[in-house]
Ligand binder design. Structure first.
Ligand code: AHM
Ligand code: MG
Length: 282
């Protein structure tokens, strides 16, 4: 996996530089989920594909921007990635990210062995999780390893996603209960910076629920939800849906979405209590 970490670091430097100068206009094309594509989405997708498939250890890739996975003859790992997450934030110059899930043999959660994300913020940062959650920042010359990321028992941040008028009454009550307990709203609309902030501050809750207009949630299992579920668990937190632990769920189609709750232990216990979580499915 060291080879994959090095490749992600190289992609981070190249994409961070492209984000400074490249055209971020919309193209006439849409991706598999029907989202309009930006020129930079397509560029990032190709860059990461070429980099990953160029590694001896990588056998295949799939991404939010591709209809199907691409395989080659040899290799051990499969990489599922969202090349640029949060592209609707470009025009307002907010932070965006790239997300990676690393699998063996098949894109199934039981085979998920690592996950990573890049944050393109005022500084370039990268998180890579296998057994522990490593945190790096780029000083312009090299990647500097920072202390490992570990969540505390609870935090102070509440990051509730989705269109509020389409939330269920139960979800609305849950979000309000966190505010009533003193939690502060921190939500940029970029999954990477929003979840990164909770990890760095040591705790909190991020939710993207099932809504009346998106009954299966918005966020994609392979490209967004599973990698962060892996990272949150390795950091000592949890990631659940109302059906149980996210990493016990199945992904039938590459572009499936799901509702999701990521957080430190205390917040997730409150989510379970509020949403009638089925312990048998844990
Ligand atoms: P994208 O892949 O089209 O950028 O959408 C994913 C993003 C996530 O980064 C973020 O958590 C979510 O969409 C925000 O959605 P909303 O604006 O509905 O809260
Ligand atoms: Mg995305």
């Amino acid at each position: 996996m060291q080879e994959i970490l090095t490749a992600i670091q190289e992609c981070a430097i190249a994409l961070s530089s492209a984000l400074q100068t490249d055209n971020t206009n919309y193209l006439a094309t849409t991706n598999s989920s029907g989202d309009s594509q930006l020129a930079i989405d397509v560029k990032a997708d190709r860059l990461i594909e070429e980099k990953m498939l160029g590694l001896d250890s990588v056998k295949g890739v799939c991404s939010e921007e591709k209809q199907e996975a691409i395989y080659k003859e040899k290799g051990t790992f499969l990489v599922a990635y969202d090349p640029l997450d949060g592209s609707s934030l470009f025009d307002s110059d907010l932070s965006v990210g790239s997300i990676f899930g690393i699998y063996k043999e098949s894109f199934e959660t039981k085979n998920l062995v690592g996950a990573s994300y890049i944050v393109y913020g005022p500084r370039l940062e990268l998180v890579f999780a296998s057994n522990v959650v490593e945190h790096y920042f780029y000083d312009g010359k090299s990647w500097i390893l920072k202390p490992q990321i570990k969540l505390q028992q609870k935090g102070k941040i509440n990051a509730p996603g989705g269109t509020q008028k389409n939330w269920s009454p139960t979800h609305k009550a849950l979000v309000e209960s966190f505010f009533a307990a003193g939690y502060r709203l921190r939500y940029s609309g970029g999954m990477v910076p929003d979840l990164h902030q909770i990890l760095i501050k040591g705790g909190g809750i991020f939710s993207y629920p099932a809504t009346s207009d998106a009954p299966n949630g918005k966020l994609r299992k392979l490209f967004e939800v599973y990698p962060f579920a892996f990272i949150y668990e390795k950091a000592g937190g949890e990631a659940i849906s109302t059906n149980g632990r996210i990493l016990d769920s199945a992904c039938l189609n590459l572009h499936d979405t799901m509702e999701c709750y990521f957080g430190s232990k205390d917040e997730i216990a409150q989510v379970r209590a509020a949403l009638g979580y089925d312990e048998a499915k844990k």
